[in-house]
Design a protein. Structure first.
Lengths: 218, 197, 294
C-alpha cells in the first residue's frame, strides 16, 4: 500500500491505448481512444466520443444477452475513456497453446465459442477482430469472455457475419497449427445456436473460397 | 458509519508521449454509509426534505431495496464526481446527482422517486461524501431516521431483486432470473451508459 | 523497351510514352493529355466524351512521338486501357490502339485501369510494398498486395469520392475548369467554419452518398441564410471525406503490417489529402508516396 497508485500501459494499438489501474478495492481496465491529429478537431472529438460510446454499448448489450464480456464500470466521453472490469483468466490462445487440451475440453471450448459468437451475431454485432487473444476464460466460472470491441460494427448482413468468422478462422490457423478441426467444431456449434447460423455458414464457405476481400481486378 | 474508498479517476497522458506508467494523481474523496432497516417514518423524512428542513444533514438517502451491493453506490458517486468535474451534472447537487446516476432512466423526477426515499420504502441507505462526518452530523442522521441501524453486510438481504430486475430491464435473462453477480454487471453497465446516446 | 500507352476511360484522354532500361530505370518520354470540359453544373456524357477523344487521339499520338523524339518503329508495344471506365470513350480509344497496332505491326496489350495506376505510381515513386489508396472519379479503393494478388481491403459501398466531389461542385455551381476537384480545393483553403457532415466508415469500407444527399438538402438553405459560405462547405466536405479515406488506409496498414502508402488516381493530387495522409503515416513512422496525375 506504500506505492503510489498508478496506471500501467498494457497495450498500445493504432487507435487506442489500454491501461490497468487500481480501482477502489479492485482493478480495472481503462481503454483510451486517442485523438487523431490529421482530423479536424471538431470532427475528431465527435467521432471519438461516438465510438467510445458505441464500444461501451456493444459490451453492455452482449452482457445483457448472456454473452460474457468485461463489466462496464464508467464512461468518460470527454476524455474518450472506458473503465471496465479487469477479467482474470488465460486467453484462449494460451489455453490452446498449453497443449494439454483433451478432446473433451476442445469440444467444450468450441461449443462455448460457437454459442457466444452466435448470440453476438444474433444481436447484429460484428466483432471485427476475432482472434484467440480476444477471448478469455474467466477465472472461477471458466466462462468464455469476449473482449476488445474497438473495431466492432453493427450490421445485419450475412456477409459481414461470415467475414467475421473468416477472420477468426485465419487467426486460428495462423496462430495454432492443425486447428482446422477445432474451427469446424466452432462452426458446427455456431450453426446450431441461431436461426441464421446455417446461412452464415454457407456464406462463410463462399468467403473462404475467395478470401477476406474480393480479389482486385478479375 | 462505514467508510468506503472511491476509485481515482484517470487522466491520460498526451497522445504523442505514451508512457508505460501514469500516476493517478487525483484521489477521490471517500464515502461514508449507514444502513437502516424497518424504517417507519419515511413519509415524515420526505416531508422534511421537501420543506427544506435545515436539520436534515446533507446526504443522499437511498431506498436500499434498489441496491445490490455497495459497488453500485461507489459507481454512482464516481460518476457524479466525474460529471461535477466536467460541469456536466444534470441535477442541482452532488447528492441528487448520485441518486440520478443510480437510475437507468433519464427522467430526473422518476429517478429521484424510485431511488430516493418514498413512502413505501422500509430500508434506507445514507451516503455522505468527504471526510468522516462529525458526531453531531451522525446524531442528526440517527434522529432523522426512525429505524434499526444495521451493518452494511445486511445490505444484500434487503435488496428487492425482482424490483431491480424490472428497473434495469434485466428480467429476461437467458434462464429467466439472473444470478446476483450477473445482475450487478447489467446494473452497473446501464448506469455507466446512461446519458450517452 | 519503349511502350506507348493510350488511356481514355473518363473525360481525359492521354498518350504516354515510357522507356524501361535494362538496369531497371524508367523514363517517361512524353505524356500529353486533353480534357473534355463541360460547362458549370454539367457532367460529361459518354457520347460527347467519346467524340472528344476521337477528335484528339491522333493529334495526341503525333504530339507524344514528337515530344519523345522517336519514330513508330522505335515503339515495342502498344498498351491501352481495357477498363473499368465509361464504355463509349473506352471503345473509341481502344480502336485507335488497335489501328496503330495493325498499322505499325506491334503487339497490343490490354491494361486494367487500376493496375495501371498502381504500377505507374510504384514506378515513379519507388514505393516497395505500399497500401494503395486509389481515389478517382470512378474508384475509391484501399488495395494491398497479399498472397500473390492485389486485393481490395476497403472500398466505397456506393459512389466514388471523385464522383462525390464532382456532384458537390455541381450543386454549388462551381466551374468544371480545370476540374471541379481543383476548384473545391481552392475554395476549401478559404473556408473557416467546420460544418458537421455524415461520416460513414464501416470497418475498412466507406460510404459517401449520405454526405451528398445531406449537402443537397442543406446547402442552399444554409447558404441563403448566411449560416455558412460555399468555401465553408468546400472545407468541411474535404475535411470529412479525406478523414474517412485516411482512416481506412490506416486500418489496412495495421492489417497487413505495411508502413508505406501510395496514393493514386485523380483525387490523389489534392494537397490537403496528401497532407492529412502524411500526418497519419508520419505518426506510424512510415512513408507516403503520391503522384501528380493532373
Amino acid at each position: 500500500m506504500s506505492l503510489p497508485p498508478e496506471a500501467v500501459l498494457i497495450k498500445q494499438g493504432a487507435e487506442a491505448r489500454v491501461y490497468k489501474i487500481p480501482f477502489g478495492a479492485t482493478t480495472a481496465i481503462v481503454k483510451e481512444r486517442f485523438r487523431k491529429t490529421y482530423r479536424h478537431p471538431v470532427l475528431d472529438e465527435k467521432l471519438t466520443a461516438r465510438r467510445v460510446i458505441h464500444e461501451a454499448r456493444a459490451l453492455h448489450r452482449l452482457r445483457k444477452a448472456g454473452v460474457d464480456t468485461p463489466t462496464l464500470y464508467l464512461l468518460d466521453a470527454a476524455k474518450s475513456l472506458i473503465y471496465m472490469e479487469c477479467v482474470e483468466g488465460p486467453t484462449v490462445r494460451d489455453y490452446i497453446n498449453a497443449g494439454t487440451l483433451t478432446s473433451d475440453q476442445e469440444t467444450t471450448l468450441a461449443e462455448s465459442i460457437g454459442k457466444s459468437l452466435a448470440t453476438m451475431h444474433e444481436l447484429d454485432i460484428i466483432h471485427g477482430d476475432l482472434t484467440t487473444s480476444n477471448m478469455l476464460l474467466r477465472e472461477g466460472s471458466n466462462a468464455l469472455t469476449l473482449i476488445d470491441f474497438g473495431l466492432s460494427t453493427v450490421s445485419s448482413m450475412i456477409e459481414d457475419k461470415a467475414v467475421d468468422l473468416y477472420v477468426l478462422e485465419r487467426a486460428l490457423i495462423s496462430t495454432h497449427p492443425n486447428s482446422e478441426p477445432l474451427f469446424q467444431l466452432i462452426l458446427d456449434s455456431y450453426a446450431k445456436h441461431w436461426k441464421d447460423g446455417k446461412a452464415v455458414q454457407r456464406k462463410h464457405d463462399e468467403v473462404r473460397r475467395r478470401g477476406r476481400k474480393r480479389t482486385a481486378f478479375g | 458509519m462505514t467508510m468506503y474508498s472511491l476509485p481515482a479517476l484517470f487522466n491520460p497522458p498526451p497522445a504523442d508521449s505514451p508512457v508505460a506508467k501514469v500516476p493517478l494523481s487525483n484521489p477521490s474523496p471517500p464515502i461514508h454509509l449507514s444502513l437502516f432497516r424497518n424504517v417507519t417514518n419515511t413519509s415524515e423524512i420526505r416531508k422534511r426534505i421537501i420543506s427544506g428542513d435545515k436539520t436534515v444533514p446533507e446526504c443522499a438517502l437511498i431506498n436500499a431495496a434498489t441496491i445490490l451491493e455497495v459497488f453500485q453506490i461507489q459507481m454512482a458517486c464516481t460518476k457524479a464526481l466525474l460529471l461535477q468535474q466536467q460541469n456536466a451534472m444534470r441535477t442541482r447537487s452532488l447528492y441528487s446527482e448520485i441518486l440520478f446516476n443510480l437510475s437507468p432512466s433519464s427522467n430526473i423526477n422518476d429517478s429521484l422517486k424510485q431511488f430516493g426515499v418514498s413512502d413505501s420504502s422500509t430500508s434506507l441507505l445514507v451516503v455522505m461524501l468527504g471526510p468522516e462526518p462529525s458526531n453531531e452530523v451522525k446524531s442528526r442522521v440517527s434522529s432523522l431516521i426512525a429505524g434499526e441501524q444495521v451493518g452494511l453486510e445486511v445490505l444484500p438481504t434487503l435488496t428487492d431483486l425482482p424490483l431491480v430486475s424490472k428497473i434495469y430491464k434485466a428480467a429476461n435473462g437467458p434462464k429467466g432470473s439472473l444470478e446476483r453477480g450477473q445482475l450487478l454487471a447489467i446494473v452497473v453497465g446501464a448506469m455507466a451508459l446512461k446519458g450517452h446516446t | 523497351m519503349i511502350a506507348i500507352g493510350l488511356e481514355g476511360s473518363a473525360n481525359k484522354i492521354g498518350v504516354g510514352i515510357i522507356k524501361h532500361d535494362e538496369d531497371g530505370t524508367v523514363t517517361v518520354l512524353a505524356n500529353p493529355r486533353k480534357t473534355y470540359i463541360t460547362p458549370p453544373g454539367q457532367g460529361f456524357l459518354p457520347r460527347d466524351t467519346a467524340a472528344h477523344h476521337r477528335e484528339h487521339a491522333v493529334g495526341l499520338v503525333r504530339a507524344a512521338l514528337k515530344e519523345a523524339g522517336i519514330k513508330p518503329r522505335d515503339v515495342d508495344c502498344i498498351c491501352f486501357t481495357k477498363g473499368p471506365g465509361m464504355g463509349a470513350p473506352l471503345v473509341s480509344v481502344a480502336i485507335v490502339a488497335r489501328s496503330l497496332s495493325l498499322l505499325w505491326n506491334k503487339p497490343i496489350i490490354a491494361v486494367n485501369h487500376c493496375i495501371g495506376h498502381i504500377e505507374m505510381g510504384r514506378m515513379i515513386t519507388g514505393a516497395q510494398n505500399p497500401v494503395i489508396l486509389y481515389v478517382s472519379g470512378g474508384n475509391t479503393q484501399v488495395i494491398a498486395y497479399a498472397e500473390r494478388r492485389y486485393r481490395i481491403f476497403g472500398e466505397t459501398i456506393d459512389i466514388a469520392v471523385g464522383n462525390c466531389l464532382d456532384r458537390f461542385a455541381r450543386i454549388l455551381n462551381l466551374p468544371n475548369d480545370p476540374s471541379p476537384g481543383y476548384n473545391i480545393e481552392q475554395g476549401a483553403k478559404k473556408g473557416k467554419n467546420f460544418i458537421e457532415l455524415p461520416y460513414t466508415v464501416k470497418g475498412m469500407d466507406v460510404s459517401f452518398s449520405g454526405i451528398l444527399s445531406f449537402i443537397e438538402t442543406m446547402a442552399h438553405q444554409k447558404l441563403s441564410s448566411g449560416e455558412c459560405t460555399p468555401e465553408d462547405l468546400c472545407f468541411s466536405l474535404q475535411e470529412t471525406l479525406f478523414a474517412m479515406l485516411v482512416e481506412i488506409t490506416e486500418r489496412a496498414m495495421a492489417h497487413v503490417g505495411s508502413s508505406e502508402v501510395l496514393i493514386v488516381g485523380g483525387v490523389g493530387c489534392n494537397e490537403r489529402l496528401q497532407e492529412m495522409m502524411g500526418q497519419m503515416v508520419a505518426q506510424r513512422g512510415g512513408h507516403l508516396f503520391a503522384t501528380d496525375e493532373r
